[in-house]
Design a protein around this ligand. Structure first.
Ligand code: ATP
Ligand code: MG
Length: 471
């Protein structure tokens, strides 16, 4: 640090522009005037300087530097340093929607699979809108996107703080969720007909791709409706943001399953404990649970190919572990080894209601392969595989303390953004600070496990498992 590093003059800060309702609404300027934030008069807040954020408050992403070479990974081929910046999430002094005139009508929808914390986000959206901004018309859309246009009368459920007060202690989603049922025109028609002007969408990658389409259609129709996304994925596979809600709860629960598998394996002769964890395209849960549990002998994730037979394969490795310790624990992420499992033509074509490929049960397949291998190579020796699939147990639990707090901050960030008139955004932490990200960007970005990263090297040093690189 003898030398003070300086940002070169060629540094470019690329602001990831958010859309504001005033960007496309063809209304006379008077109607677009800003209103004073009611937090000014909220007895619990004493807005001091710095309380409100302005559009110039940003977070820089990818800010790792080497002070010696003053280099980082974001240099363009022309030698310019390019840093992506995102608007910070938080209350704005002037807001676009005026709650005093009763002009806000909000809808909340949850889609995709369950994830710990969904109920907390719903609760905090309702309580936050009600208490912070005085909104009184808040509706929960039942059973995912299809609930917008279903003909069930109670599919637009009026919500108030009393109805949701203990929701953070319950797993699941009180609004129910579903896959499929995405009919863009019917959804936007329903939003328009019902007079919603703020739509909060809680869901995973598929849901966010749907949110992009809804946002685009709303812009096309020039509607005065803010669309805010809250990324929900227990797998932590969303890019840009630091982590997604429910992930830490999932890792904690996954550890309990690993402990049980370990006990089962230890208590058997040549016992193998096999645990399948969530992670269709990414192995974050398997990786984090392996690192924190230390009971795992081998961790298999979708980002890494593996094989069973021959030198350096899984069977050879497990054979040596059984010889050494008498037991072994294997963790496999849902999406690992999908290319190894034989599929019928029907299974190749099979898709779920949302059009996602159907994953075959890698745990069940592995269990049967392990048994066949042992019976073939050691017909006279005892052997047991105890297979645990805790998926639905993990997804259904309430969020832990950390995730509950995180969900609260996410919900508040979404509310402040929508009230300020931003639209087509997703909120989430970037380098520890909450920011607004264009929904399009989140729908495309993916967070995968980097098998060249120190974290994966650490897994390999903890487990001493093979690298499955065929030589
Ligand atoms: P999970 O984390 O559980 O996978 P997800 O949001 O990805 O959550 P999906 O079942 O894939 O779950 O999608 C949820 C909703 O989003 C469904 O209503 C589905 O029809 C809709 N959806 C998925 N992909 C798209 C897409 N490309 N365009 C529009 N809507 C989509
Ligand atoms: Mg998905």
């Amino acid at each position: 640090t003898k030398q003070q590093p300086v940002l070169e003059s060629s540094t470019i800060i690329r602001l990831q522009c958010l859309t504001h309702l005033t960007d496309y609404l063809p209304v006379p300027p008077l109607q677009l005037q800003a209103h004073t934030n009611p937090l000014d008069h909220n007895p619990y807040f004493h807005p001091i300087s710095g309380f409100y954020l302005s559009p110039t408050d940003v977070i820089l992403r990818n800010i790792l530097f080497d002070l010696h070479t003053s280099s980082n990974n974001n240099y363009t081929s022309g030698g310019q340093l390019e840093l992506a910046a995102y608007h910070r999430a938080g209350p704005r002094q002037h807001i676009y929607f005026d709650p005093a005139t009763g002009h806000v009508r909000a809808a909340i929808v949850t889609c995709g699979g369950l994830c710990p914390g969904m109920n907390t986000v719903i609760r905090e959206l309702v309580v936050g809108l009600w208490e912070l901004y005085g909104v009184r018309e808040i509706f929960g859309i039942k059973a995912g996107y299809r609930g917008f246009y279903s003909d069930q009368v109670d599919d637009h459920l009026p919500l108030n703080p009393r109805m949701v007060h203990d929701l953070h202690k319950r797993g699941g989603t009180m609004l129910e969720t579903s896959r499929g049922g995405f009919d863009l025109h019917q959804i936007v028609n329903a939003i328009q007909d019902r007079g919603y002007n703020q739509v909060y969408i809680i869901g995973g990658d598929g849901t966010m791709r749907g949110a992009v389409k809804i946002f685009d259609e709303i812009k096309l129709r020039k509607l005065n409706i803010a669309v805010a996304g809250i990324p929900k994925t227990v797998d932590n596979d969303v890019g840009i943001i630091d982590r997604s809600f429910g992930f830490q709860t999932a890792v904690e629960m996954a550890q309990q399953a690993i402990s049980a598998a370990h006990v089962e394996a230890e208590s058997a002769v040549n016992g193998i404990g096999l645990v399948k964890l969530m992670g269709r395209s990414t192995g974050h849960i398997a990786l984090h649970a392996t690192l924190s549990s230390r009971d795992v002998d081998c961790c298999l994730i979708p980002e890494m190919e593996f094989y069973l037979e021959g030198k350096g394969g899984l069977f050879e490795f497990l054979e040596s572990r059984l010889k050494e310790n008498g037991h072994a624990v294997v963790v496999v992420a849902e999406g690992a080894g999908q290319n190894l499992i034989p599929r019928t033509e029907e299974q190749i074509q099979d898709k779920d209601e949302s059009g996602n490929p159907v994953f075959l049960d890698v745990g069940g397949w592995l269990k049967s392969e392990l048994k066949k291998w042992w019976a073939r190579d050691h017909p006279k020796e005892l052997f047991t595989v105890k297979y645990i699939d805790p998926t639905y147990m993990i997804r259904a639990v309430p969020a832990n303390a950390t995730d509950n707090l995180y969900c609260t901050l996410l919900a508040h960030a979404a509310i402040h953004g929508a009230m300020a008139g931003y639209t087509g955004f997703v909120c989430g932490p970037i380098n520890g600070n909450y920011g607004y990200i264009p929904v399009q960007e989140v729908a495309e970005a993916k967070n995968v496990v980097d098998t060249n990263d120190h974290k994966w090297a650490w897994v390999r040093s903890v487990t001493n498992q093979p690298d499955f690189a065929r030589t």
